[in-house]
Design a binder for this molecule. Structure first.
Ligand SMILES: Cc1cc2nc3c(=O)[nH]c(=O)nc-3n(C[C@H](O)[C@H](O)[C@H](O)COP(=O)(O)O)c2cc1C
Length: 171
């Protein structure tokens, strides 16, 4: 597969067809999250599949930019498990879970799905509310949500190569 294609064609999708995501496709998304790099290979990310409509609707109400979560067939909550996490890698846990989140979005794109990253870390009140809805223990912290489904419409890539953002040897 052309690796660049899903990267260059990915867009944030916020409306979805009324079609569920098959289990094998979902497993690929989770696998992509698990295969992300992590500091010292600490693999601190866990994944909570948000299948329950009522809980997803309650979550969608926490932030006004999350309304699409109500109509998405699937949500994946990426979690930071801080247990057993070495001090030397602790400061990288956010980056580890960001890499996992992006891997999920790219795996979605590669499989004909679309999704959008919903940011929640580092908002303590929102993280607490989500932990309450999904019974998440204290040592595990919500990091992000990806709302995923089959896109309602195609979205064209909207980026170009920007030369002035690239620096060689010196800023
Ligand atoms: C950390 C982060 C938080 C985001 N939070 C939201 C959000 O709450 N709601 C939303 O609709 N999109 C959210 N997005 C998606 C961005 O709005 C989107 O990536 C950006 O507008 C660029 O569009 P594109 O992804 O189609 O290239 C978030 C993206 C990131 C990386």
């Amino acid at each position: 597969m052309d690796m660049l294609k899903p990267i260059l064609e990915r867009r944030s999708h916020r409306s979805f067809l009324d079609k569920s995501v098959p289990e094998d496709v979902l497993e690929n998304l989770l696998k992509a999250g698990m295969f992300a790099p992590s500091a010292m290979n600490s693999q601190p990310c866990e994944f909570l599949i948000m299948k329950d409509d009522e809980k997803r609707a309650r979550t969608a109400e926490l932030i006004h930019t999350w309304s699409m979560l109500k109509n998405a067939p699937l949500g994946i909550l990426v979690l930071m498990n801080t247990n057993g996490y070495r001090a030397s890698t602790k400061e990288f846990i956010v980056q580890d879970c960001a890499a996992a989140t992006q891997n999920i979005l790219l795996a979605a794109q590669a499989q004909g799905l679309g999704g959008v990253w919903l940011g929640l870390y580092p908002k303590p009140d929102i993280m607490k509310e989500i932990s309450r809805i999904y019974d998440i223990p204290d040592h595990v912290k919500p990091f992000s949500i990806t709302a995923i489904g089959y896109p309602y419409k195609e979205l064209r890539p909207h980026r170009t190569f920007i030369e002035h953002k690239v620096h060689v040897d010196k800023y």
